[in-house]
Design a protein around this ligand. Structure first.
Ligand code: NAP
Length: 338
């Protein structure tokens, strides 16, 4: 099978390449793709060297499956061309997610809806993926009525420029400490965010919309309904960038139609595919990004009844946004086709 990874030099693309090797994907020809800037660069896959090509060159090589992770513009332009040429596209960008007729897939939740005729398949937003993996089985047992979520999202969610900004700011702070110079950090270092991210939190992910929410917040609202196939679920989201690299964390308040016993919620979470429920008595009493880093599972903890609202529960959900929030989910979708 010929597999192309479009965006192979990026943060998500690099994880995709690692996962294809880890999961022993039946690759007979590997095609790493990036922009003109990276054409000719070498990418290692299963001990061999491959030259990066442009999307146009990759299309001529007629891949069977292409994992896209190069931004919405590239997906908008190239995914239909690859699909028309008979290549199945799993797209990580936001370009096709809400498009009618395009499926938005989290394999543990709605992977069973995929059919042979689906040529472009959308991978949801990272924050949405980890939330729906955790809530899916609870929804089928108790029916979700409303979700209130606040996120604490890693800088890796902004790609290479997010990590670069954080690292530059940390290096500058270290230099200031050593030299005793107290000049505020150089604003030229701001490549991903409008403000310093080190020692800070930024309550803005993506751009603001007319309704006062950010695009990232509205992605969580709309994508949750589409994946769970239920427009009646009310979702309220606040998304925040934090100076963390290991993964995204979420405080989630979920209200259900049905009454429940807390022990049954805990039992359901233990039975939920893709979820690891942290045991308060164990070495990892609650999920944290440092421990979710490089893992494919969604970690859930701090599960407790909401004392202010009947039929509601609070929980803390953590996952590696580059793995389950992006690359792992995309590779799982490709595996479903195989
Ligand atoms: N980071 C996450 O947690 C996350 C989660 C879910 C979804 N996503 C989505 O995944 C996509 C990539 O994110 P990322 O974090 O990996 O970003 P990134 O680290 O900035 O990587 C971007 C990739 O896109 C490639 N690219 C840029 N312009 C291109 C062009 N004209 N033609 C072909 N390739 C081009 C880059 O190649 P060059 O090296 O040549 O520039 C690079 O490989 C975005 O759509 C993002 O929204 C990210």
């Amino acid at each position: 099978m010929k597999i192309a990874v479009v965006g192979a030099t990026g943060l998500v693309g690099t994880k995709m390449v690692e996962l294809l090797a880890e999961r022993d994907f039946p690759v007979t020809e590997f095609i790493p793709v990036a922009s003109e800037r990276s054409a000719g660069k070498i990418i290692h896959f299963r001990g061999r060297e491959y030259k990066v090509v442009t999307p146009a060159e990759a299309l001529l090589m007629k891949p069977h499956i292409a994992l896209f992770s190069a931004g919405a513009g590239i997906s908008g332009e190239w995914a239909p061309k690859f699909a028309e040429a008979g290549c199945r596209v799993v797209d990580n960008s936001s370009r096709w997610r809400m498009e009618p007729g395009i499926k938005l897939i989290v394999p543990e939740v709605n992977g069973n809806t995929l059919t042979e005729s689906d040529m472009i398949i959308a991978n949801p937003n990272c924050s949405t993926i980890q939330m729906v993996v955790a809530l899916n089985l609870l929804h089928s047992r108790y029916k979700l009525k409303r979700i209130v979520v606040s996120t604490y999202q890693s800088v890796t969610g902004s790609g290479i420029k997010g990590i670069t900004q954080l690292n530059r700011e940390r290096a500058a702070a270290q230099q200031t400490k050593t030299s005793g110079n107290t000049t505020p950090s150089d604003t030229q270092n701001l490549s991903a965010y409008p403000y310093q991210i080190d020692m800070n939190l930024i309550p803005q992910i993506d751009t603001f919309l007319d309704n006062g929410y950010t695009k990232e917040e509205m992605k969580m609202v709309n994508e949750t309904k589409k994946i769970l196939g239920d427009d009646s679920i009310a979702v309220s989201a606040t998304t925040v960038r934090v100076p963390v690299t290991g993964g995204h964390s979420e405080s989630v308040n979920a209200e259900f139609e049905a009454t429940f016993e807390l022990e049954d919620i805990i039992k359901t979470l233990k039975e939920t595919p893709g979820v690891i429920l942290c045991d308060p008595e164990s070495d990892l009493p609650y999920p944290m990004p440092l421990f979710a880093h490089n893992r494919d599972e969604v970690f859930v903890g701090r599960v407790r009844r909401d004392l202010s609202c009947q039929n509601a529960v609070n929980m803390w959900i953590v996952a590696d946004n580059l793995r389950k929030g992006a690359a792992t989910n995309a590779v799982q979708i490709a595996q479903l086709f195989i």
